[in-house]
Design a protein around this ligand. Structure first.
Ligand code: NI
Length: 433
């Protein structure tokens, strides 16, 4: 596809009008302020009229639980512990692998609709979720959720062999669209032995870790009681966990010492502003992380605590809430929020050639319709993207050069079927509770 005379968000999060962007073989093959030579242009295929449109890198969701889409709107207005124990756990205990598959299909449709091409997903029934993502044409870093209470080696847990098989069969599948991550759910749902064993497996490979970290005040307090005063960050650091690439979701309750550790190791912090606000968990110290130049990316978290995969919402919140929370209107810039949703998210997934609109990068792109009243005037459209625009302005989403959403249609997903399956399955589970 050749995007012709279109406004773009470039690799510095600066908006540039009148650009031509050519996509070939899954990559961005041409970016220029003049059309490519005619003999080259013909090799890009369809010409896309850029009038009234803005082309930007697609979004990367750094923390999700896709099958929890089935729980959308089911667990509301409850304190976290009751939300988890009275609603989420009983519901999830009834979920089958097929339920997880269909929840993932619907999540993929929703993400594609909002310009998201890739997500880091922590859940169960991983093989079916990988299949759903490949069929939908998206990308994902998938991990099988680990809950380990017994004092025994990781190898004695069934998930160990399961993870070996997943890495063997799925890591790098779909020309790299699927990656397998290892999971440690959290400090409170794992043992020291299991953490050390997983670290031994991951160290020296191209695999990564995806964990929950310091989400609530209670989690940090109880960790300090269990581990001689250590915070979850200090505890994991003591085990050497941050010696490998880690995406740590939440990171709300951090001390100065915690921030030092995460900064020193280049840990990717997946900020989930909507989820953290909805569950009353607090605000991660994002402005301080930004000041330190840390890797901050964005996640939707599960649909029981958000309730949408519209990452533009989370980007908006990240750019806005810290200004109010810290009484500093310069706390997080829109450009920083955009970088979190795009390039930082891609890097958190080990996808170095993704997340930027530049020649040679993978063609993960989305097009926004900027003809609506909320987009005018636009002395610098970058502010409209974050503060006035929305995921619902997306009219085309492309992953590795393939269109996965365009003008209300999903060429790779049967959305009506996915909606019907999910509605039926959620009704079945609720009736069983
Ligand atoms: Ni989570």
């Amino acid at each position: 596809m050749l995007f012709a005379d279109i406004t773009v968000l470039d690799e510095n999060c600066t908006v540039r009008p009148h650009r031509w962007v050519g996509v070939r073989d899954g990559r961005i093959a041409y970016v220029g302020d003049v059309p490519p030579a005619p003999d080259q242009a013909v090799t890009f295929g369809e010409t896309y009229d850029g009038a009234g449109k803005l082309l930007m890198p697609a979004l990367y969701n750094a923390h999700a639980h896709a099958p929890m889409t089935l729980l959308r709107g089911f667990a509301e207005n409850l304190p976290l512990q009751r939300w988890l124990e009275e609603k989420c756990f009983p519901f999830e205990a009834k979920m089958t692998a097929e339920d997880c598959y269909w929840g993932t299909v619907l999540a993929c449709a929703e993400m594609a609709r909002y310009g998201v091409v890739s997500f880091s997903d922590m859940y169960y029934a991983t093989e079916g979720r990988c299949r759903a993502v490949l069929e939908a044409g998206l990308k994902a870093n998938m991990c099988e959720g680990l809950v380990a209470f017994e004092e025994k080696p990781y190898a004695e847990y069934p998930i160990c062999a399961q993870m070996e098989a997943l890495v063997r069969d799925w890591h790098g599948a779909g020309e790299g669209r699927i990656r397998i991550d290892y999971n440690i759910h959290s400090e409170y749902l794992s043992t020291e032995t299991v953490c050390r064993d997983i670290l031994d497996i991951v160290r020296g490979t191209d695999l990564r870790l995806h964990i929950h970290l310091s989400e609530t005040e209670k989690e940090v307090r109880e960790c300090r009681e269990r581990h001689e005063g250590l915070s979850p960050v200090e505890y994991f650091d003591g085990l050497g966990l941050f010696d490998v690439p880690v995406t740590a979701a939440h990171c709300v309750w951090l001390s100065e010492s915690d921030l030092d550790i995460l900064e020193r190791h280049g840990v990717f912090v997946a900020n989930n502003p909507a989820s953290n606000m909805k569950l009353g968990s607090g605000f991660a110290p994002i402005p301080e992380m930004m000041r330190r130049g840390m890797n901050v990316c964005l996640g939707s978290d599960g649909m029981a605590s958000n309730n949408n995969h519209n990452l533009f919402h989370d980007m908006y919140l990240q750019a806005l809430v810290y200004k109010g929370a810290t009484l500093d209107p310069t706390a997080v810039t829109p450009q920083q929020a955009l970088a979190s949703a795009t390039r930082a998210g891609a890097l958190s997934q080990g996808r170095a050639d993704c997340g930027m609109l530049a020649e040679g990068m993978r063609a993960d792109l989305c097009v926004l319709d900027t003809t609506g009243p909320q987009w005018c005037p636009a002395p610098d459209p970058v502010y409209n993207i974050v503060y006035a625009g929305d995921g619902s302005d997306v009219v085309l989403t492309m992953c590795d050069g393939e269109v996965i959403y365009r003008d209300g249609e999903w060429p790779t997903i049967d959305v009506e079927r996915a909606k019907a399956e999910c509605a039926t399955r959620t009704a079945r589970i609720i009736s069983e509770l």
